[in-house]
Design a protein around this ligand. Structure first.
Ligand SMILES: O=P(O)(O)OC[C@H]1O[C@H](OP(=O)(O)OP(=O)(O)O)[C@H](O)[C@@H]1O
Ligand code: HPA
Length: 141
């Protein structure tokens, strides 16, 4: 299951490398709006189309930052009666964690900086960059 929009690239890469039988579904949740800090309030913009009762669910995320989105999501999906819920993420910021969440598969652990590109946005910009980078600070002199 992918969490739009940031996870689109990760999901596409994963799908190409995955040879076990799997079904994919998409859920869009948002807690960042146009800023660089989680509001802490997670909104479902699009729910799953499929019933996950009795299914083994793998949540595919682009980034785990404060962990607030994921901890909410794991609880939300867990309440729907799946056989299991595991998480995989391309990026994780251990120093930014506000809540601890079990993440089974982590691509890269990164510094506590706001990153963009490869599906990740700042105010909906930069998702199309073919790499992950940091926002350059403005320098006033
Ligand atoms: O660990 P957290 O601090 O909760 O942050 C992680 C979440 O933030 C991003 O989503 P965002 O709300 O920016 O929505 P987006 O996918 O539309 O970019 C990202 O895709 C994760 O779902
Ligand atoms: O560092 C980040 N970049 C983009 N989106 C995000 N959502 C949580 N953390 C980030």
């Amino acid at each position: 299951m992918g969490v739009l929009k940031g996870a689109v690239m990760v999901m596409a890469d994963l799908a190409r490398a995955l040879h076990a039988p799997a079904e994919m579904d998409w859920m869009a949740v948002s807690s960042y709006g146009s800023g660089t800090k989680s509001s802490g309030v997670v909104r479902i913009m699009k729910d799953l189309d499929k019933d996950i009762t009795g299914r083994d669910v793998l949540i595919v995320e682009d980034i785990v930052d404060s962990g607030l989105t994921l901890s909410w999501l794991v609880a939300n999906l867990g309440s729907r009666g799946p056989a299991s819920v595991e998480v995989c993420t391309l990026l994780r910021k251990p120093a930014a964690a506000k809540v601890e969440v079990d993440v089974r598969y982590v691509g890269f652990e990164i510094e506590n900086e706001f990153v963009i590109g490869y599906g990740l946005d700042y105010a909906e910009k930069y998702r199309n960059l073919p790499f992950v980078g940091t926002l350059a600070p403005h320098v006033y002199s």
